[in-house]
Ligand binder design. Structure first.
Ligand SMILES: NC(=O)c1ccc[n+]([C@@H]2O[C@H](COP(=O)([O-])OP(=O)(O)OC[C@H]3O[C@@H](n4cnc5c(N)ncnc54)[C@H](O)[C@@H]3O)[C@@H](O)[C@H]2O)c1
Length: 216
């Protein structure tokens, strides 16, 4: 299993789920929770949860469980949500616009500061007050703004070139939606979101579940 620092990627993938459930518990004014209750919510075993948290020193207290708000904040810090990231989107088509319109990313510290496009018909338009700019303005823009994350929502043919371009400008993290595995130098992080791969996995699961019910 791949590791990120000392922590395995499997743990990294579970952290956002814990964080989301804890956020919901806070909304419902629940102050503390045992690992058993957290396991019923998340579907992970209680020992898995304790092991996961032990990677970061462990947070619970024997006989008390976890303080929901404290754990939520600590996991948020571990996920880096306390930092705040300047984010740009490249490709203002269907998906780029949908992401730009989603306010929740901003609420979590992913500040959208610019949208870039090559199609002239989008120039001068804004999404939630963020201007859509010509892709040729990217270099000038990044002289005045520190960009932490670039979201790539261009067709796959343009994705690698866009990635190289933003990396040359100092961007260290890419959230890539184009169905291509972008190559990056060491030290640059990429999170690929390949929606069609997820859909194919769903198709497989449908097939398996039908097969199992037919065999019952
Ligand atoms: N829409 C979805 O639900 C979905 C699902 C799975 C995967 N994807 C992937 O996400 C990406 C975007 O999909 P979409 O549906 O939004 O496509 P789209 O065609 O609506 O939008 C892509 C936009 O990128 C722009 N673009 C192209 N080259 C560019 C460049 N060099 N610089 C700046 N902008 C450039 C185009 O002008 C266009 O506006 C694609 O790679 C697609 O395969 C989308």
């Amino acid at each position: 299993m791949a590791k990120h620092g000392k922590v395995s990627m499997a743990v990294v993938r579970r952290l956002p789920k814990y964080h989301r459930y804890l956020g919901e518990l806070m909304e419902n004014d629940i102050k503390r929770i045992s690992s058993y209750e957290l396991s019923k919510l998340t579907g992970f075993t209680a020992s898995q949860i304790r092991q996961d948290f032990n990677n970061f020193g462990g947070f619970g207290q024997q006989g008390y469980g976890y303080n929901v708000e404290e754990l939520y904040n600590q996991l948020g810090n571990i996920l880096g949500l306390d930092k705040g990231y300047n984010t740009i989107i490249i490709g203002a088509g269907n998906l780029g616009q949908a992401i730009a319109n989603y306010r929740n990313f901003d609420n979590r510290g992913f500040r959208l500061i610019g949208i870039f496009e090559k199609n002239p018909r989008y120039m001068g338009l804004k999404i939630r007050d963020i201007p859509i700019m010509d892709i040729d303005e990217l270099e000038g823009f990044s002289k005045d703004h520190k960009v932490d994350i670039a979201v790539i929502t261009t067709p796959k043919e343009a994705a690698q070139e866009i990635a190289d371009r933003v990396i040359a400008l100092g961007v260290e993290a890419i959230w890539n939606f184009a169905p291509v595995d972008i190559k990056v130098p060491e030290g640059i992080v990429v999170e690929n979101v390949h929606l069609s791969e997820s859909l194919l996995a769903l198709s497989f699961l449908i097939k398996e579940s039908k097969r199992e019910s037919e065999n019952v």
